[in-house]
Design a protein around this ligand. Structure first.
Ligand SMILES: Cc1ncc(COP(=O)(O)O)c(C=O)c1O
Length: 419
């Protein structure tokens, strides 16, 4: 286990990846008689033992419903659940604990804003700005809002590298725009977007900004106060925590002004058939029994990440991505989709005209888990004129030796398809 007291200095020699790998039991297995090389962390990461044990401990000794009981276990579960909220607050440097809403994941967080913010602030003739590289989770909820409200979508274009055209973005900002939604890191292209600058630009026009942080929370140190974003959405399962838990950070000024998303228990102060009084933040947006074990597991993932240090993780992963880009890029016939100057964690590629599912299947036989498909980013794929790519995505538990194994397996693909 990596201790929280460990040096936080960015020192590559001190980044003991082999020791870190031992914290992740799922990495230590064979598939088809070969060591597993897990390069699909952008879809979902593996979990360290600390997270698995926190969930086990909750169900073994702490399990009760939260916020409702006077009995010992219920108070214990409530304390642990709320402690996870405080950890999450500090993880992204949110000003207030009540600005942390637990959801099922990034998708639900964005849907919450699209419904609730949309109901209050978006109407006929208004505009929502998104970008060409958004995940479907940051497109479809806004399209649904547009259908309901009569608003329309504007889309920031990208260049051939997969970078946003900020001049075009600037031209789109006008009083009709009610919100900008942009991904911090593209899951399909690996582009790291200049979100701080984009937020500043939007704020000059008084427009709030939602950041899709699904891919950034596991890889970058997030400071929502420094970014000054209005909303930040992310998922537990992509940052070494459990599935079924996610976070919406929102500035109090917006969350207080927004109506509830779902109705039910916990989100009310009192209910009568004549009038219901809604609860304060964060409970107003957390109807029903939450994923208590999930939140506690997320808290354990945050402790684990803090123990290593996001700054060190970002440097190690950057170096690994550079190595992968160089190694895989040197193979004749490999073409990268997404070559932005600022990139993180994901390498999307094609090999001549081999279908991405065939690439994925042959790599799988070699024990290498990558993703083949459109990565829920069909508009970005369409821009590059491809239906799909193969994507290797990296985490701090991956190694150069695994990149070498990927390169070797790509040669196998070329051999099989004679390209
Ligand atoms: C950029 C981005 N946004 C949103 C999502 C949706 O996340 P979830 O399925 O955890 O809600 C993903 C998942 O891959 C993603 O990569």
């Amino acid at each position: 286990m990596v201790a929280a007291s460990e040096s936080q200095s960015v020192d590559q020699s001190a980044f003991e990846v082999e020791r870190i790998r031992r914290d992740f039991p799922a990495l230590d297995q064979q598939v088809y008689g070969r060591p597993l090389v897990y390069l699909d962390s952008a879809a979902t990461s593996q979990r360290p033992r600390a997270v698995i044990e926190a969930i086990d401990r909750f169900y073994t000794t702490q399990n009760a419903n939260v916020h409702r009981g006077v009995h010992y276990l219920s108070q214990l579960a409530t304390r642990e659940f709320e402690a996870a909220r405080v950890k999450t607050q500090h993880f992204i440097n949110a000003p207030d604990t009540h600005e942390i809403i637990f959801t099922r994941g990034t998708t639900e967080s964005i849907n919450l804003v699209a419904h609730s913010f949309g109901a209050k602030f978006v109407g006929e003739g208004d505009e929502i700005i998104l970008t060409r590289m958004e995940h479907h989770a940051n497109i479809v909820p806004w399209q649904m809002l547009c259908e309901r409200s009569g608003a329309s979508l504007r889309v920031v274009p990208i260049n051939d590298r997969g970078e946003l055209l900020l001049d075009e973005y600037e031209k789109m900002l006008n009083p009709r725009v009610k919100l900008v939604g942009v991904t911090h890191i593209s899951n399909a292209l690996g582009t790291v977007n200049p979100v701080k600058r984009m937020i500043e630009m939007a704020h000059r026009h008084g427009i709030p900004v939602l950041i899709d942080g699904a891919q950034s929370a596991p890889h970058l140190k997030i400071d929502v106060q420094e970014l000054d974003c209005d909303f930040y959405a992310f998922s537990g399962h992509k940052m070494y925590g459990p599935t079924g838990i996610g976070v919406l950070y929102g500035k109090s000024q917006w969350l207080n002004a927004m109506p509830p998303f779902m109705g039910g228990g916990d989100m009310i102060v009192s209910v009568s058939f004549e009038k219901t009084v809604y609860n304060t933040l964060p409970h107003k947006f957390e109807a029903g029994t939450p994923d208590i074990a999930g939140a506690i597991g997320l808290g354990a993932a945050i402790d684990y990440l803090n123990g290593i240090g996001l700054d060190r993780i970002a440097v190690y992963e950057r170096e690994l991505l550079d190595y992968a880009t160089e190694t895989i890029g040197a193979i004749p016939g490999v073409r990268f989709i997404g070559t932005a100057r600022e990139k993180a964690c994901a390498l999307s590629f094609l090999i001549d005209d081999v279908h991405s599912h065939d690439i994925g299947t042959i790599l799988d036989q070699e024990g290498i888990a990558v993703r083949g498909g459109h990565h829920c980013a069909q508009p970005a794929m369409k821009f590059f004129g491809v239906p799909a790519t193969a994507r290797a995505s990296f985490a701090f538990y991956n190694t150069r030796a695994e990149v070498d194994a990927l390169a070797k397996a790509i040669l196998k693909v070329k051999q099989v398809f004679e390209v």
